[in-house]
Design a protein around this ligand. Structure first.
Ligand SMILES: Cc1ncc(COP(=O)(O)O)c(C=O)c1O
Ligand SMILES: N[C@@H](CCCC[NH3+])C(=O)O
Length: 436
């Protein structure tokens, strides 16, 4: 049952409490304004315009610290694709995290942030020659190879015993959305464990004099809820380590730790994960008589998602069979509902009042440009109102597009009452610059 269905049809006054776990740490209501990182949403919208992606620095840092506390023996690698931004990469570097990049472009951002190459891992099922050359040139410490073609290409390009990891498909179904399930057979990522391709890849890397096998990698998907999926992955990966007869120093379990998007959804049990995965790893290694490899994990979403809030201005309201509330953004800043059927909570900033379920839609030329369906907003919602959507820190800036030549929104970092742009709004000049 949705929240809207639970409300009496006449509505009730605005919920004075913010949904737990969805908003950045310390977010609170002051009167009817929403205060994020010590700055009022009304002020943020007035100063930076809308749509505007607000990012709370303290929340990002707190999540990074939580991973380090839970797994002090592991290397925690921020999945840079989830929020590609040099300033965010600097926060991660200063917290002591490593970084994963998936292209020369993400690596360029890492370099702009001054991120040390020794703490960068490069991923991708396709790395072009340019990606690989950039990684070699800038001393990316580990390149995660994903195909036999890539092993050959990297072997030929590399001169100095480049460290590589091998991406393995362990055959574990993480039971998440099909588009972000990556640990099962018959999808494009990695070398299959079951078919023997992973073992063959290990031997091919070992044969290449210019490469040095450092570790094995896997990533079973995103929005993974069950710790048991990771435990099973560890069992299979240690089995492979034991059977390959080659010393494997590092085991990278990837990321995917789930994040709640709606009230009542549970958070990922990070400390349970740490305990159970550590226990399974030690047990399996003892069982197979192999040294315990250093553990790596690659959280993205779980570090930045709920640090982000997107502010939109209502531009039009149409009341008919249902009420459509149209805002000044949409699928160009958030394609996740269209891609994954993702659901979001929405809050009106600045006013309370009796609520009715509405559908919040974007400005783009597609009927599927829907940001949130059946969400309760004050019944008199009207043009000019300000809306806030939480849990928009991960894969929003990253997936944003220029559809309909709408410039991508800024990312505004807030901390201790101070707001500053860390990504500026894309202007018409920016858009025009690409055309000849
Ligand atoms: C190789 C790899 N590592 C880490 C991640 C981060 O995943 P998430 O943001 O779900 O933690 C991804 C994306 O799913 C990935 O492809
Ligand atoms: N873009 C996806 C996650 C992809 C994970 C990257 N490997 C999302 O928004 O949920």
């Amino acid at each position: 049952m949705t929240l809207a269905e639970l409300l009496p049809s006449t509505g009730c006054s605005i919920e004075p409490v913010l949904e737990e776990g969805l908003w950045p740490d310390g977010t609170h209501l002051a009167g009817s304004d929403l205060v994020i990182g010590g700055v009022g949403a009304t002020r943020l919208a007035a100063r930076f315009g809308t749509p505007c992606q607000v990012l709370d620095e303290a929340t990002v840092r707190n999540r990074a610290k939580a991973f380090l506390r839970a797994l002090p023996e592991a290397e925690v690698v921020f999945a840079g694709k989830s929020l590609p931004c040099p300033e965010v990469y600097r926060w991660m570097a200063s917290e002591g995290l490593s970084l994963d990049v998936s292209s020369a472009g993400e690596l360029a951002l890492a370099r702009a942030a001054g991120f040390p190459g020794q703490r960068i891992v490069m991923h991708g099922n396709v790395k072009t020659g340019e990606d690989l050359k950039a990684a070699l040139q800038h001393g990316v410490s580990r390149i995660v190879v994903d195909s036999f073609d890539e092993i050959a290409q990297l072997g030929a390009l590399s001169r100095h015993g480049q460290e590589v990891m091998i991406r393995v498909t362990p055959g574990v179904d993480a039971r998440t959305h099909a588009a972000i399930t990556t640990g099962v057979e018959d999808q494009k990522f990695g070398f299959s464990l079951a078919s023997g391709a992973a073992l063959e890849a290990i031997l091919r890397v070992v044969e290449q004099p210019s490469l040095r096998l450092t570790g094995l990698h896997c990533h079973i998907g995103s929005q993974v809820r069950h710790v048991a999926s990771y435990e099973e992955t560890v069992r299979r990966m240690v089995g492979l380590i034991a059977s390959c007869g080659v010393r494997v120093e590092q085991l990278d379990l990837g990321g995917g730790f789930c994040t709640p998007y709606l009230a009542g959804e549970s958070s990922f049990d990070l400390f349970g994960f740490a305990q159970r995965v550590r226990g399974t790893l030690n047990y399996e290694c003892a069982l197979h008589r192999v040294p315990v490899p250093k553990l790596l994990i690659e959280p993205g979403r779980s570090i930045v998602a709920n640090a982000g809030v997107t502010l939109y201005r209502v531009c039009a309201v149409k009341r008919g069979v249902r009420t459509f509330v149209a805002v000044d953004g949409g699928m160009s800043d958030n394609p996740r509902p269209a891609l994954y059927g993702a659901k979001y909570a929405v809050r009106l900033v600045g006013r309370g009042g009796a609520r009715k379920p509405v559908t919040v839609v974007g400005r783009h030329c597609e009927a599927g440009d829907v940001l949130a369906e059946d969400v309760p907003l004050p019944a008199d919602v009207h043009a000019g109102d300000l809306l806030a959507v939480p849990v928009t820190g991960a894969y929003h800036h990253a997936l944003a597009s220029n559809y309909n030549q709408v410039g991508r929104p800024p990312v505004v970092a807030v901390r201790d009452g101070v707001a500053r742009q860390v990504v500026r709004r894309e202007t018409e000049e920016d858009l025009l610059r690409r055309y000849v």
